[in-house]
Design a protein around this ligand. Structure first.
Ligand code: CP3
Length: 339
């Protein structure tokens, strides 16, 4: 068992810097496309054998030091009672938006084993196959709330911010319900065998620090406090969160995820005694080989004072990235960080 990733999460010395990539299982891999050619995305998420297959692909093909469960953050929203659809090229859609208390009352706090048993089954099956640690995950409440309120992806988040400022009580009620559901969901993932847990806060970077403190952070803290007894490394990734770093460091996470918008050395100083995960610009994978390797070398050097560094991209790998380029990055991290 290669436990380099887990050691780095705990801030222990490792023989080299471990690497995995957010959204490492996905459309940039022809092997994934082949599986997806046969089923819809949601069917894929609900078929444990296929989830196992696509979770293993980047680990086997590219040599990642950790696997991330193949699923989606919105699977839990669907289990709470919000019907979910994915349309080719349009992303996720919720036709019933949550914009008043009556709509919120229709959502439940689901029993995770009962309503999302396929996720737990995927985790159990994966643990039999994997030689690297398995990361379980959920969306952080703010990011999940934006999908339920907007009814899908958004650029301006008008409805979300309108609710925050005009109906704060309703907003907090929604956040509380997502939080309770997420705790049960991640506790079930831990019981099923997940070896680390990551909260993805993809859209929280639209908040000013004081609004983050008031409307989002307390819910992240509540989730991570509830998961602490599991003993698993906990990762919090606030995308676009460079202005929120010191606050994110109070989330209760052991590892702070970093996007690419700030120098990693600076981020390390700001988070204090925490491991960091990141932070190569996903588009840097398009660089010619020598330049990509040089950029990775500089990043590793800048991260040398971290209390644990897990190499990753600053956000998910883009769907048109050539897989060979991802492989160059994995090999470069392993070679250049070898101690
Ligand atoms: O390899 C992995 O990282 C595990 C699988 C994973 C997926 N989604 C698979 C997926 C993970 C961890 C996620 C998280 C996720 N899902 C986030 C947070 C991370 C981030 O990128 O910010 C968010 C915001 C979502 C919601 C979501 N799912 C959107 C907006 C979309 C459509 C846009 C897009 O990128 O296509 C998805 C679909 C999705 N989730 C795909 C995959 C592989 C593509 C589906 C397909 O095959 O067509």
């Amino acid at each position: 068992m290669n436990d380099t990733f887990l050691k780095a999460c705990r801030g222990e010395k490792t023989a080299y810097t471990p690497i995995w990539m957010m959204r490492q299982a996905g459309r940039y891999l022809p092997e994934y496309q082949k599986v997806r050619g046969k089923v819809s995305f949601l069917e894929l998420c609900k078929t444990p054998d296929l989830c196992v297959e696509v979770t293993l692909q980047p680990v086997d093909l590219l040599g990642m030091d950790a696997a991330i469960l193949f699923s989606d953050i919105l699977i839990l929203m669907e289990a709470m009672g919000a019907p979910l659809e994915f349309h080719e090229g349009r992303g996720p859609i919720f036709h019933t938006t949550i914009r008043d208390q009556a709509a919120l009352d229709c959502l439940t706090v689901p029993d995770a084993d009962e309503k999302t048993g396929f996720v737990m089954e995927t985790i159990r099956l994966l643990r039999r196959e994997l030689q690297v640690p398995l990361i379980g995950f959920a969306g952080a409440p703010f990011t999940c709330a934006t999908y339920l309120i907007e009814g899908g992806s958004s650029k301006v988040f008008w409805e979300t911010k309108k609710m925050m400022y005009r109906e704060p009580e309703l907003f907090h009620n929604l956040m509380a319900k997502i939080t309770d559901s997420t705790i049960l969901y991640l506790q079930a993932q831990a019981r099923a065998g997940a070896q680390a847990l990551q909260l993805f806060d993809s859209w929280v970077g639209i908040l000013a620090p004081d609004d983050f403190t008031q409307f989002a952070l307390p819910y992240v803290q509540k989730i991570l406090a509830a998961l602490k007894p599991s003993g698993l490394p906990l990762i919090y990734f606030a995308n676009n969160g460079s202005t929120l770093l010191e606050l994110s460091a109070t989330s209760g996470a052991d590892v702070i995820g970093l996007d690419w918008r700030m120098p990693i050395g600076e981020a390390i100083k700001r988070v204090g005694k925490k491991a960091v995960q990141g932070n190569l610009d996903p588009f840097a994978l398009l660089l010619p080989k020598d330049q990509l390797r040089a950029k990775i070398g500089r990043l590793l050097e800048d991260a040398k004072d971290a209390h644990g560094h897990i190499f990753n991209l600053g956000h998910g790998i883009h769907q048109f990235t050539p897989p060979e380029q991802a492989k160059i990055a994995v090999d470069a991290v392993h070679e250049l960080s070898c101690r």
